[in-house]
Design a protein around this ligand. Sequence first.
Ligand code: FPP
Length: 252
Amino acid sequence: MDLKEHIDLEKLPSHVAVIMDGNGRWAQRKGKERVFGHEQGVKAVREISEAAAELGISYLTLYAFSTENWGRPRDEVSALMKLLVQTIGEETKTLMKNNIRLQAIGNLADLDDRCLEELKEAIQTTSGNDRMTLILALSYSSRWEIVEAARSLARKALHHQLDPQHIDDNLFALHLTTSPYPDPELLIRTSGEYRLSNFLLWQIAYAELYFTPKLWPDFTRNDLYEAVIDFQKRERRFGKITSYSDGPDYVS
Ligand code: FPP
């Protein structure tokens, strides 16, 4: 039986987030430049996006470039930016074909002009698609996002637009870049590292975490199915006891 047939389509995680790790090691193991690994990583991005949309997952967030990634050698950063521009440009057709809407989170002002233009255009072109939302985290880090939210709330309080007593989980979440989307229910990290690397720290409070030794360029649709099957075997209690665990105490 095909792995996909083991998935209960009624119990899919509505939002899956992925830390795509291991491109560099994948390339080095093959005696190639790290950039070759990122290029192969794009193929996995395509396959996983299509597979997630076909399955019926509503939101897929991919950690494509972290704030910390700016600290990589200049050649690698510019190769990654070039790859992003090229991929976003070339893949808009595939996104349209698959009825996928593209969105982005992160400090997008940091991206170079070409990348930002390409991104804005793809977001605009795909804005009417409604099968799945693909969210690219670009120049993103959770601490950056949380600090920005705190700043924004503090500014409102300073201008008497907000009573600090009214700040709660819901209001805070509304000031994060992810406010239009539900929290991820499943977080996948490839490459055998057991870290969260400053990714969606607020949003994954109740997510199930799935770590696999596979390097990102080797991650296939079957690996996604395995992660979803594993997710469906887990009992999600949200800090409550079994018979009362319908969802988290707050809605974001
Ligand atoms: C981590 O591997 C991966 C990245 C920093 C970038 C991910 C980018 C892509 C898959 C290509 C472009 C993506 C899109 C959405 C168009 P690593 O370099 O940290 O690998 P290592 O841990 O083995 O060094």
